[in-house]
Write a protein that binds this ligand. Structure first.
Ligand code: TNX
Length: 515
C-alpha cells in the first residue's frame, strides 16, 4: 500500500508542468540609484499561481514582504501567498535575514533573480527594505505604471550585490518658511524612500514660523506658528502629529532629524515670548525673506531653560540619534556671544543623548569629534570644523540646494547660489570637495529644500525632482560608477514612473536632448 501511495505521489509530481524558461535582459530595467554590482543571468523568474512568498516570522520583515505582495497581487490574479516558514526554495520569493558576516553593511543586500527563485537577503530589515526598492524597479513599467493586469509576470534574471557608499543620505524640508501639512509630508516620505534616502531633516523653526508644539512653551506655536512667508496662516505639528510622522518615516526606514535653529533665525520664538529678548519686549511676527536679523538673548539664564525644555520635549519624541541645532547666519549675534552661546548649548543636547549636527558655521564656536557639521557654503569654515575632528554632511548650495532655480526661467526658486540644472546637481563629488579628509569623516549628503518660494506640494516636487534623485545616487552608488551620460539616459526613461506616482517633476531639456 505504501508503495502504491509513493508511486502515486511521484506520478503526481511528474504531472506538475515544469515552468518554462524565459530569456530576459535588464535592458528595460531602470535602476535609480544604480546598484554597485549587477550581473546578468540569462533566464528570469516567472511568477505563477503557485509562487509563494516567504518572510520568516519577524513582524518587521513580514511588513516589508507584505508591501511587495500588495504590489504583485494588485495587478495579477496570482494568490502569491505569504508564508512564514520556508518549505521550498523553488518557485519562491524569499525575504531573508542572513548573518552579518556575509552582508556587513546594515543597508546592504543581495538580490538573486533566477528561474527557481527570487532571493532577497540582508543582515538587517533596512537592507531588505532597500533591496525591495531595487526589486520594485525591476517590475515592468506597464505593470507598475498603468496597472496592466498581467497573466504572465517575469522578473529579469540578475544577481545584484549592493550596499550604500555613504551612511547618511538625506533630504531637508524647511517647514518653517512655509508650513507643510502632514499628508504632504507623508507623500514626500513615500517618494524619497524609492531612491533609498534614509534621513529626513525637518527645519522646524525659523524667523517666520515655529512648527512644533512644545507643551512647556505653548505660545511658540500659538503665536509663532500662526503665520509664514507671505503672511499665510502657517501651521504647526502637534506632538501627536510629529510622532505619527516619525513612525511613518520609520516604516520607510527613514530617520527624522529635528532642527531647532539657534541663536539666529529665531524671530518666531522672540515674537512669542518677550522674556527671550534682552529688552523683554516681544518682536513683531515676520513674513518676509530676509535672514540674519534675529538672536536669542545670550546672557539670560532663561534662554538656556527655554532651550533645555525644547530639546527635552523634542528628544523624547524622536527615537533617532541626531539633534540639529542650526547655528547658521547668526549675524545679529557677536562672534564672542555666538561662541559663549553654543558652548552652553552643546552640553544640553548631549545630556539628552543626541548627536549634535549644526550648519558648518558652528565650527567657529569650536566643535568636537562627536559632532557633525553640515557644509553649505564655505569650504574653509567646514575645513576648520573637520580639522577639529567633526564629521561632515555635504550640502553645497550651488549643487545641492533644491530651492535654487534650474534656469533663470524657473517659475519659483532663489538664485543667490547661481542656477542649478540637473547636470550640475549631479556633479557633486564629496571626496573631491574635501580631498584631504578621510572618507569616513564624510558622513554623507543631504539635499536641503528651503521653502521661501515653495507654497504647496506641487512646488516642492517641481524643485526637488529630479535633482534629488541624482543626489540620492551620489550618496548610494560608489563614485567609480557615477556617470552623467548613463544617469541622464536612466532619468529620461524614468519619467513615466514619476508621472504615475503623481510627482510633478521638472522636465529638463538636458535630459531629453540627444547628443
Ligand atoms: C541660506 S543655508 C540659509 C537659509 C535660507 C537659504 C535659501 C542656511 C544654513 N541658511 O536660511 O533659507 O539660504 O536658499
Amino acid at each position: 500500500m505504501r508503495y502504491i501511495i509513493l508511486i502515486f505521489l511521484v506520478f503526481l509530481v511528474g504531472c506538475i508542468p515544469e515552468k518554462p524558461l524565459v530569456k530576459t535582459s535588464l535592458e528595460d530595467t531602470i535602476f535609480l540609484p544604480q546598484p554597485n554590482e549587477v550581473s546578468i543571468e540569462e533566464y528570469g523568474f516567472l511568477f505563477d499561481n503557485r509562487t509563494v512568498l516567504y518572510s520568516g516570522t519577524s513582524p518587521e520583515i513580514r511588513d516589508i514582504a507584505n508591501e511587495f505582495r500588495a504590489l504583485i497581487t494588485k495587478n495579477t490574479s496570482f494568490p502569491f501567498a505569504l508564508s512564514e516558514n520556508i518549505t521550498s526554495r523553488n518557485n519562491a520569493v524569499l525575504f531573508e535575514i542572513v548573518n552579518a558576516d556575509s552582508i556587513p553593511n546594515s543597508e546592504g543586500y543581495i538580490l538573486e533573480v533566477i528561474p527557481e527563485r527570487v532571493s532577497l537577503q540582508a543582515s538587517k530589515p533596512e537592507g531588505l527594505y532597500r533591496g525591495m526598492q531595487t526589486l520594485i524597479q525591476m517590475l515592468p513599467d506597464d505593470f507598475i505604471n498603468y496597472g496592466a493586469s498581467l497573466d504572465s509576470l517575469v522578473l529579469p534574471g540578475t544577481i545584484i550585490k549592493d550596499a550604500p557608499s555613504y551612511e547618511y543620505r538625506g533630504m531637508m524640508l524647511d517647514v518653517a518658511r512655509h508650513f507643510i501639512a502632514v499628508d504632504d509630508l507623508k507623500k514626500v516620505i513615500d517618494d524619497i524612500a524609492t531612491y533609498k534616502i534614509n534621513k529626513l531633516h525637518l527645519h522646524l523653526s525659523d524667523d517666520q514660523g515655529w512648527r512644533i508644539e512644545i507643551k512647556s512653551w505653548p505660545k511658540l506655536t500659538e503665536i509663532g506658528g500662526s503665520t509664514e512667508v507671505g503672511g499665510g496662516t502657517g501651521g504647526f505639528y502637534t506632538q501627536e502629529e510629529y510622532k505619527d510622522i516619525v513612525a511613518y518615516a520609520a516604516a520607510h526606514f527613514i530617520e527624522i532629524i529635528p532642527e531647532i535653529d539657534m541663536p539666529g533665525h529665531t524671530n518666531a520664538a522672540l515674537a512669542s515670548y518677550p522674556e527671550l529678548n534682552c529688552d523683554d519686549k516681544a518682536t513683531e511676527l515676520y513674513t518676509g525673506m530676509r535672514v540674519g536679523f534675529s538672536s536669542l538673548c545670550v546672557d539670560k539664564e532663561r534662554t538656556y531653560q527655554f532651550i533645555e525644555d525644547v530639546v527635552r520635549e523634542i528628544s523624547a519624541l524622536t527615537p533617532g540619534n541626531y539633534f540639529h541645532i542650526g547655528g547658521d547666519e547668526s549675524h545679529a549675534t557677536s562672534a564672542a556671544d555666538y561662541k559663549k552661546f553654543l558652548q552652553k548649548v552643546y552640553p544640553i543636547v548631549k545630556r539628552y543623548r543626541k548627536k549634535i549636527i549644526g550648519w558648518e558655521d558652528i565650527s567657529n564656536a569650536g566643535v568636537d569629534s562627536t559632532m557633525i557639521i553640515q557644509h553649505w557654503t564655505s569650504e574653509s569654515i567646514a575645513t576648520k570644523g573637520l580639522s577639529q575632528g567633526a564629521k561632515v554632511i555635504i550640502s553645497p548650495a550651488s549643487e545641492m540646494y533644491l530651492d535654487i532655480k534650474y534656469t533663470k526661467d524657473s517659475r519659483i526658486g532663489l538664485t543667490w547660489a547661481g542656477l542649478t540644472e540637473v547636470d550640475k546637481a549631479y556633479s557633486v563629488r564629496p571626496l573631491e570637495l574635501f580631498p584631504d579628509v578621510p572618507k569616513d569623516q564624510i558622513l554623507g549628503l543631504e539635499s536641503p529644500l528651503w521653502s521661501e518660494t515653495v507654497t504647496n506640494l506641487d512646488d516642492l516636487q517641481y524643485l526637488a525632482f529630479p535633482r534629488l534623485i541624482g543626489h540620492a545616487e551620489i550618496g548610494w552608488t560608489d563614485e567609480e560608477h557615477l556617470d552623467w551620460q548613463h544617469y541622464k539616459y536612466r532619468l529620461s526613461k524614468h519619467d513615466d514612473r514619476l508621472k504615475y506616482k503623481g510627482i510633478n517633476s521638472y522636465t529638463s531639456p538636458l535630459i531629453h536632448q540627444v547628443d
